[in-house]
Design a protein around this ligand. Sequence first.
Ligand code: NZQ
Ligand code: ZN
Length: 384
Amino acid sequence: MNNFSFCNPVKIIFGKDSISKIATELPTNAKVLMLYGGGSIKKNGVYSQVTKALGDRVFLEFGAIEANPRFETCMKAVALIKEQSIDYLLAVGGGSVLDATKFISAASCYQGTEAWDIIAKELPLTKALPFGAVLTLPATGSEMNSGAVITRESTKDKLAFNSPLVFPQFSVLDPSVTFSLPSRQVANGIIDTFVHVVEQYLTDANDAPLQDYFAESILQVLFEEGPKALTDPNNYEVRANLMWASTWALNGWIACGVKQDWATHIIGHEITALYELDHAQTLAIILPGVMKVMKKHKGKKIQQMGKRIFGIQAANEEEQIAQTINAVEAFFNSLGVKTRLGEYGIEEKVCAEVAERIKLRGWKLGEHGDITSETVAEILAGRM
Ligand code: NZQ
Ligand code: ZN
């Protein structure tokens, strides 16, 4: 085990009909801004549950936060917050709304002239507005972490930032609000969660069996329960198990004491920024490529994963690795998600485009910092 420090202050309120409980979490005298996305919450009853729970509080609304939230949109919310002296935010939606709210909470208190620097220059925050969340899409773990990913439309940069000041104060997780998710988003959520675990698990073998078993338990739940959410979409228990799994995949716990990769995510963000693929769609394409190209570091763990998650017992190590990578790709395909760039009509030039962006940013990715722009091009070339 490596050394680590771990702190997660988010209060989780989980279960059926739990949205009403925000009434006791929000300060009574707060002036609240409720933030949401493109309107799904108005169709599935979440909006009316939240507004009912807000009761007599003074609150304003800011909707139309897009998937892969834009800096430009966030700054409109910041202007509203300053104009209206808002002092508490309530995010109601999926990872995009939660991430946007985190950035808005930071940018509203930022004293400099260019709020994008919070992300681009990784400025340490000194202040952020408090906020709570009502999660409607299990996938990102944003409800229990302090990270956010924001896209700047004008430059097509999709970048992450992190600060302990942007942990939600509380997050409400009612699995029944996920019944209304389209199957594309259900599959996205399973794959995003799966890859979050893998980024913290599929590295060099660490001598950290507790972390391994914990990570594997999340993968196992996804593998067993994930397909049921597509075939039996009104099964509350399945939805509840998936929601809890996605929260745990990225709340910091499975990262304790182990190496982390994140190359699949970083390459994926570039593809979303350039080609507008959903976040999880990019991960389903890239992960098998990272596993293949980086097997020199990941080989042992790939074999372990093959054995423990997919029940693979091949004749030799090479075969065990190859069959496990195939099993991962087959799992993604079984959820109805494509795993090749060409299937989205993306052409070969993407390899050079993404590699060039990684090079310009001076990034070396992976748990060993040895995934260069050339390696990125190789990974993508294998995913056409
Ligand atoms: O916008 P609305 O109308 O609400 O519709 C959304 C959106 O179209 C819809 N949706 C959400 N809940 C629903 C629903 N539709 C019906 N019923 C419901 N209950 O789903 C669509 C996608 O929503 P979005 O929030 O974009 O999806 P997701 O939760 O997958 O978030 C993706 C974003 O999170 C970032 C991604 O990069 C991407 O920008 N990530 C954030 C992370 C974090 N903060 O830790 C880590 C992740 O790796 C990821 O990078
Ligand atoms: Zn992700």
